[in-house]
Design a protein. Structure first.
Length: 210
């Protein structure tokens, strides 16, 4: 059975997405990280610290540790668009989209270089994994993958936290908590462990347009 995870922090986000969360939970096994657990009539996981977009990676890895298998993370605003099946293999990472390293700010490139240095990555690929959907394989490297992602948290948050952007798109999601950059860590770890990345964006785009 495929299991899913999502994160919904803040009363405004819960108000906007509560119905979608409940509907998705009624169809699938869904693990929810939230600071508004009283808004749901099913068990959720308590979030009680400053919000960071990086929390989605840690939450996903914690659930995988608990379940010892692949878990598929979906951003809460993507739940209503997930109306298709992914045929998972045992070794690939499935992700929302793959793009070049964003040029919206030089912070993305700076972070990529710092992460590659920390992980001693020689692969110079400049791809960037967009993490609206993340489905990691539970492989023999899982403990090391989790260790690396936890270690990279401080690099990402020091670059992307408490920052005002000149770009309107970046300001959109940086008004609350620590925003952006988690894809930098995920991408680098996938490169380090030579994990094949499968892009599922076309399926989401099809469902969105219908």
């Amino acid at each position: 059975m495929v299991e899913f995870a999502t994160m919904c922090i803040g009363k405004n986000w819960v108000f906007d997405h509560k119905d979608n969360i409940i509907e998705f939970h009624n169809k699938h096994k869904l693990h929810l990280l939230t600071d508004c657990g009283d808004s749901f009539d099913f068990k959720s996981y308590k979030h009680n610290k400053e919000f960071s977009y990086y929390d989605k990676l840690i939450f996903l890895l914690d659930i995988m540790t608990l379940k010892k298998k692949r878990i598929t993370y979906l951003d809460v605003d993507k739940l209503r668009h997930y109306d298709f099946k992914i045929h998972f293999d045992d070794s690939s990472c499935y992700t929302y989209n793959i793009v070049p390293t964003p040029k919206l700010s030089n912070v993305f490139e700076k972070t990529r270089q710092q992460i590659h240095t920390h992980l001693k990555i020689k692969n110079t690929s400049e791809i960037y994994v967009q993490e609206g959907l993340i489905s990691l394989p539970y492989t023999s490297d899982f403990k090391n993958i989790k260790k690396d992602i936890i270690e990279l948290k401080s690099i990402v948050e020091s670059n992307f936290g408490n920052r005002k952007w000149n770009n309107q798109k970046l300001n959109r999601y940086s008004k609350h908590g620590i925003g952006y950059g988690e894809g930098s860590a995920l991408t680098a770890v996938l490169l380090k462990y030579n994990i094949n990345v499968v892009n599922v964006y076309s399926s989401f785009r099809r469902e969105t347009l219908i």
